[in-house]
Ligand binder design. Structure first.
Ligand code: FNR
Length: 184
């Protein structure tokens, strides 16, 4: 597989997560133009500043994976109108100790799926604030709020709606263009 490496952080630990299906769909639509690495965030200990003196191995692993990537893709559900705690914890772990963030300067994209009609818009807005503070180069458009219905995307990432597939294709193409531009 040639091309850039994309670190993928999915903000859901659920086995049947629609956001994980969405992440797989984006990987499939990239069609071999990039290597997608799923970053494990479920086993990260909850961040405490005491880590800064001696980082846990799971935290170092996450930071190494993000550092090795040319871009970072965040695929997030919305929990109570914001980012799920598990994703916020992963970001906190990856951003510390102060001055040693793995995220700084990286191109990023934000997308999310929900069963709710305005699904993930508020979570994504909060996430964009966080990523901007972390000095990431976040893809401004398209915004992508995927209203997930049963059967929209299979576990292997096959999209069963032509309009959604075309939209997601545009999203991944623009993200890969941003990553390529940043790498020049
Ligand atoms: C939700 N859900 C939800 N949906 C939404 O559109 N806005 C919200 O604020 C919330 N809040 C919320 C809180 C909590 C604690 C849970 C468990 C769920 C519903 C959520 O979008 C739905 O469960 C998705 O299927 C979760 O994404 P995954 O796990 O399928 O990727």
């Amino acid at each position: 597989m040639s091309g850039p490496t994309i670190a993928v952080l999915v903000g859901s630990l659920r086995r049947e997560s629609c956001n994980r299906k969405l992440a797989h769909a984006l990987e499939k639509l990239a069609a071999g133009r990039a290597r997608f690495v799923q970053v494990e965030i479920g086993d990260l200990p909850l961040y405490t500043q005491e880590f800064d003196a001696s980082y846990p191995v799971q935290g170092t692993r996450l930071k190494d994976q993000v550092r090795a990537a040319d871009g970072v893709l965040f695929v997030t559900p919305e929990y109570n109108r914001s980012v799920p705690g598990v994703l916020k914890n992963a970001i906190d772990v990856g951003s510390r100790p102060y001055g040693d963030s793995a995220f700084a300067g990286k191109p990023a994209a934000v997308i999310g799926a929900s069963i709710g009609a305005i699904g993930t818009a508020l979570a994504q807005q909060h996430l964009r604030n966080i990523l901007s503070y972390l000095d990431m180069r976040v893809l401004p458009q398209p915004e992508a709020f995927i209203h997930f219905k049963d059967g929209l995307i299979d576990a292997d990432g096959t999209v069963h709606n032509e309009g959604t597939q075309a939209f997601l294709q545009g999203f991944v193409d623009r993200f890969l263009a941003l990553v390529a531009a940043q790498g020049r």
